[in-house]
Design a protein around this ligand. Structure first.
Ligand code: PLP
Length: 380
């Protein structure tokens, strides 16, 4: 079995050398656009590539507006800021996520609350969310959702579309409206994945994308915040531009802002990447099908998402029946220069978040030990 998978992966990538988990590919006009940005001297936060890339992201995701940022973490931080998260608030998210989701909650001086993921989506479980709220929350006299024990406001829910697989957004939206909680989507991993007819990141009040080097398209470092109204868009642009009042020469700022805009040079790379995105998606789909067929005849489960008809297949995921088998398999691949990746250590277990509230996290704990992501770079 081990020999078979090694041969299979080496055949897929046509190499016996190092095979990474996910490498970026540049098959289009990247060099042309980056050079053009250099020649224009517009390498910083203003320029036509920023405008063009924002427009393409907006059109692709069919959101009302997109604002591109220096990275996905900055986009998520802005989303929480826009949602009105305040010092001392609680923000519900999943324990099975990348640390950035929780870091931004901490940056707002709020605290994460960890609710279990669904083993069908690998993302926030609506039933777990509902049960947690039933047990620990109440709607206070101001109409806000309050924690029964600490009286902190539960301001937002931030589901994350793990490895590109959409969470059950219908159910989660219903629960958020019922409990008067803001819904913000961490769609950092899910550009190209749709929940029903909606692109991930466009159902909640705000969504954040990432274009880091390991994501499905890259701008080197980069991200985007997706907003639903023109008013929100104007406000996001303003606070991300250090809250400078537009004026030909006067520098006046009307509040404390951020410097989170994506530079034009990064956007030039992004524009070339998004132009080739449909080709990348179809190649990734082909790879996922190849893996699926391969694992059909084995004792290893190839994870298939439920909540989607259109999935980005960013990282292919297999699930073992035990941690022991997973680790054994992982070691064999690494010895052969093939680099898979286990999931992140649960956020509820890492030092600086381990005191936070959580439910029993049974699926998260189960999956943490058994999941493995296998090489998923776009094939030729
Ligand atoms: C990549 C990622 C981010 C943030 O991305 P950066 O662009 O690296 O700041 C946030 N959340 C999740 C789940 C991610 O995978």
């Amino acid at each position: 079995m081990n020999k078979k998978i090694i041969n299979f992966v080496q055949d897929v990538y046509q190499t016996k050398d190092f095979i990474p988990l996910h490498a970026p590919i540049f098959i289009g006009k990247e060099k042309k656009y980056v050079n053009d940005a250099l020649d224009s001297t517009y390498v910083s936060s203003i320029g036509k590539y920023v405008d063009d890339f924002e427009k393409r992201i907006k059109e692709y995701t069919n959101t009302s507006k997109a604002v591109v940022t220096v990275n996905g973490t900055a986009a998520l931080h802005t989303a929480l800021y826009m949602a009105g998260v305040k010092s001392g608030d609680l923000v519900i998210t999943q324990s099975l996520t990348f640390v950035a989701t929780c870091n931004v909650i901490h940056h707002m001086n709020a605290e994460p609350v960890f609710v279990d993921v669904s083993s069908l989506s690998l993302g926030l479980c609506p039933n777990a969310l509902e049960s947690y709220l039933e047990e620990y929350a109440l709607i206070n006299s101001d109409g806000a959702c309050e924690h029964k024990i600490t009286h902190q406001i539960i301001r937002a829910v931030v589901p994350m579309h793990t490895f590109g697989h959409p969470v059950d957004l219908d159910e989660i939206s219903i629960i958020c409206s019922k409990w008067n909680i803001m819904l913000i989507e961490d769609a950092a991993e899910s550009l190209g994945s749709f929940y029903k007819d909606n692109h991930t990141g466009t159902v909640g009040s705000y969504g954040a994308l990432s274009f880091n080097g390991n994501k499905i398209i890259t701008t080197g470092g980069g991200g985007a915040i997706l907003t639903k109204t023109f008013k929100d868009y104007k406000r996001v642009k303003h606070i991300l531009t250090t809250a400078k009042i537009a004026h030909p020469y006067n520098y006046v700022h009307d509040e404390v802002g951020f410097n989170y805009r994506m530079p034009n040079i990064n956007a030039s790379l992004g524009l070339a990447q998004i132009e080739d995105f449909s080709e990348v998606l179809s190649k990734k789909k082909r790879l996922a099908l190849m893996y699926k067929n391969f694992f059909k005849d084995t004792r290893i489960d190839f994870f298939e998402p439920i909540n989607t008809n259109k999935q980005n297949n960013w990282l292919n995921t297999i699930i073992f029946s035990s941690k022991y088998e997973r680790n054994l398999f992982m070691r064999v691949l690494i010895e052969n220069d093939i680099f898979p990746r286990p999931p992140w250590k649960l956020m509820s277990k890492i030092n600086f978040f381990k005191e936070c509230f959580s439910d029993d996290l049974s699926n998260s704990r189960y999956l943490e030990e058994r999941i493995l992501n296998i090489p998923s770079s776009t094939i030729k």
